[in-house]
Ligand binder design. Sequence first.
Ligand SMILES: NC(=O)c1ccc[n+]([C@@H]2O[C@H](COP(=O)([O-])OP(=O)(O)OC[C@H]3O[C@@H](n4cnc5c(N)ncnc54)[C@H](OP(=O)(O)O)[C@@H]3O)[C@@H](O)[C@H]2O)c1
Length: 286
Amino acid sequence: MNHPQSRFAVVTGGTDGIGAATARALRAAGADVVIVGRSQEKADALLRADKSHGGTGSMSTIVADLAEMKNVITVVDEVADRTDHIDLLVHAAGILITRTEHTTEGIEKDFAVGYLSRFVFLEHAARRSLLSRSTRMVNIAASAPTIPWYARMEFSSQTEVEARVGMRSHGQAQLANDLLTAQAPTRYGITAIGYGPGAVNTSIRREVPHAAQAIMKPFYARVTRQPEEVGAELLAVLLDPAVPAGSATIRNRKGTFPAAAYVADPARQHELIMVSEALAARALGS
Ligand SMILES: NC(=O)c1ccc[n+]([C@@H]2O[C@H](COP(=O)([O-])OP(=O)(O)OC[C@H]3O[C@@H](n4cnc5c(N)ncnc54)[C@H](OP(=O)(O)O)[C@@H]3O)[C@@H](O)[C@H]2O)c1
């Protein structure tokens, strides 16, 4: 792939922050972009702003609450009404909550939005034959192999996975995304890039109480990056001819790096898939 022109792109979490910036970059480069977000108001504003741009690409929206897996299925079906192939997929939907909250389908909400929705999207997109070896996915996560407690998070027990709430659930969603990225070429036949953006100046902490924000301050004090910078970087990653088709790579702004042993481990990837299938089936009542 050399150019996104005439390429069909889907950006989940495309109504704000990194996803919105990436969607704009893709659209400016000529792709037909569908942004998925939960806010109708933000989606409408993005479309209004997009109308002032010329060019060959297009932007359209699907408004849905991705915390509920039944809505993820509907989103994929709507995408299937618009295209027979997803060329570029950017998974950027995510939240950061420290409270304990479960969706109406019984899934911890941070894990539901930030990870399980991406798994269910891929599963259903594969069922609808929307994916192929030429599909390139960027899966945004923390991708931080240096954080030691990531290594200790296991997915072998559904009970343990479901017992994690608050920041532990946010953390397991990040690790799960890296494991899903590593598994994606085998399971879906696509090219997968796990991307850790570092600390970026977005509204991701909007639901975090002030006291907890104070604890996070040292991490976010280093925030120097704007979403537009990340969007431009992701556009370059999506177009990078050096990324081999059907491969899985993990990268950040400094480039690619080998997946940590606990991400590269096929047994762990398999355990995640097993638990994801079980959670998705329960959420969907199937
Ligand atoms: N910012 C950082 O420093 C940072 C660092 C590491 C990783 N990340 C990851 O990067 C990704 C993007 O984060 P961001 O910083 O760009 O955050 P953001 O500005 O808050 O954007 C999050 C996006 O996800 C969407 N979203 C949230 N809940 C949703 C739901 N229930 N249903 C559908 N869409 C939903 C939002 O839609 P609405 O706007 O319509 O609500 C928005 O488009 C997240 O996965 C985050 O964990 C961010």
